[in-house]
Design a protein around this ligand. Structure first.
Ligand code: P6P
Length: 334
C-alpha cells in the first residue's frame, strides 16, 4: 500500500465511510484506546520469550482456568487504555469476576465487554491468539451501573471486533456497516486499512470443531458432522481445521468460508464459549460479513445473556453451512 493512500484506523473511523453514525469522535477515541491495548498485548506476546512472560501466573480465574502471565498483561492493558479514553461507563472482562466500574471523573457513555487474551493456553507453543471486544451504548441514566447495562441482546452492540496476534497482527472490526481489516505496521506503530468490506462465501467446505468431544455430542451435531465428512449431504467431503484458538478459527472461517462450531454437549450443557465477549462480538462480525451465527436454532445476536459470563452454543460461518446445520437440529426437535 503506497503511503499516499495509507488509511489508519483513526482516519477510517472519522472518514465519511460511515453514514449517519453519531458519536464518531467518541467512538474514534474509544477505538484508539482499544488499538493501544492490542498493541501493548501484541508487544507483550512478541517479547514474552525475552521477559520470561510465558507460563502461568499461579492463580485461577472466575472460570477456574489457570491464568497465564500474559492474560494479566493483556487484561491490565485493556482496563488502563479503556479508562484513559474517558469514554467508558463500565466494562466486563473475561478475566474478572464482576462488572468493572470506572471512576465517575473518568466515566463515559459506552460499555465495553472484552476477552483480553483469548486462546492463551496456546501461547507457550507460539500458536496465534487474539483479543475480542464489543461496544454497547450505556443504558443507565445516572452513574450507578446495573446488570441492565451489560446483560444486553447482541443486536444492541454498536461495534465489535478482534485482534489476531498471528503471522501478522490484525484488527478486524465492524461499526455495523460492513467488516474492515487493519494490519499493524510496526514501522509506524499504526493499524493500517488492508481489508475493505470483508465478505464470507455463502458456502464453504472447511469445518472446525473439537472432535475430541464427539462422544459427548448430541445427535444433531453428530449427524451433521458425519454428513459433511462423508459427503452424504450431496457435497464433497469437507476438510477439518481446528486450532483451538477461537479468534484464529473464526478469522480463517471468515476468509476461507465454512463453519466453526462449539456446540452444547453432555459435558458442557451450554457449550464453552461466553456470550458477552466471545460469541456475541464474533457473531456481529460474521453477520456483517454476510455470514450467519446461531446457537443451533436462534440467531446468536437475538440472545439476551442472563449472567455476564454466560456460555452459549455457537455455530457460525458461511450462511448455507449454518442453515444446513440448523436443519439437522430442527429434525431432532420434532
Ligand atoms: P477446547 C480458548 O481457551 C477458547 O476459549 C477458545 O479460544 C477456543 O475456541 C476454545 O476455548 C477451545 O476449547 O475445548 O476445544 O480446547
Amino acid at each position: 500500500m503506497s503511503s499516499n493512500n495509507l488509511i489508519t484506523l483513526n482516519r477510517w473511523v472519522l472518514s465519511d465511510t460511515h453514514k449517519d453514525i453519531g458519536f464518531k469522535l467518541e467512538l474514534a477515541n474509544l477505538l484508539s484506546g482499544i488499538a493501544l491495548a492490542c498493541k501493548i498485548t501484541n508487544n507483550g506476546i512478541k517479547r514474552a520469550g525475552f521477559e520470561q512472560n510465558f507460563g502461568l501466573a499461579g492463580i485461577t480465574n472466575v472460570h477456574s482456568e489457570d491464568v497465564k502471565k500474559l492474560d494479566i498483561v493483556a487484561n491490565d492493558a485493556f482496563k488502563m487504555a479503556l479508562k484513559s479514553t474517558r469514554e467508558v461507563f463500565c466494562m466486563v472482562s473475561e478475566e474478572e469476576d464482576s462488572i468493572i466500574p470506572v471512576p465517575e471523573s473518568q466515566s463515559g457513555n459506552f460499555v465495553v465487554t472484552f476477552d483480553p487474551l483469548d486462546g492463551s493456553s496456546n501461547l507457550d507453543c507460539n500458536v496465534s491468539v487474539g483479543s475480542i471486544f464489543a461496544i454497547w451504548p450505556k443504558a443507565s441514566t445516572d452513574h450507578s451501573f446495573s446488570n441492565a447495562d451489560v446483560l444486553r441482546k447482541g443486536r444492541e452492540m454498536i461495534a465489535a471486533g478482534y485482534a489476531l496476534y498471528g503471522s501478522a497482527t490484525m484488527l478486524v472490526l465492524t461499526l455495523g456497516q460492513g467488516v474492515y481489516g487493519f494490519t499493524l505496521d510496526n514501522s509506524i506503530g499504526e493499524f493500517v486499512l488492508t481489508h475493505v468490506e470483508m465478505r464470507i462465501k455463502s458456502k464453504g467446505n472447511i469445518y472446525s470443531i473439537n472432535e475430541g468431544n464427539s462422544i459427548y455430542w448430541d445427535k444433531a451435531t453428530s449427524e451433521y458432522v458425519n454428513a459433511i465428512k462423508s459427503g452424504s449431504n450431496g457435497r464433497s467431503p469437507y476438510s477439518s481445521r481446528y486450532i483451538g484458538s477461537m479468534v484464529s478459527d473464526v478469522h480463517r472461517t471468515l476468509l476461507y468460508g465454512g463453519i466453526f462450531m462449539y456446540p452444547a454437549d453432555s459435558k458442557s450443557p451450554n457449550g464453552k464459549l461466553r456470550y458477552l465477549y466471545e460469541v456475541g462480538p464474533l457473531s456481529f462480525i460474521m453477520e456483517q460479513a454476510g455470514g450467519k451465527s446461531s446457537n443451533g436454532s436462534t440467531p446468536c445476536l437475538d440472545i439476551v445473556p442472563n449472567s455476564i459470563h454466560q456460555r452459549v452454543p455457537v455455530f457460525m460461518g458461511s450462511h448455507d453451512c449454518v442453515t444446513e446445520l440448523e436443519s439437522f437440529h430442527q429434525q431432532h426437535k420434532k
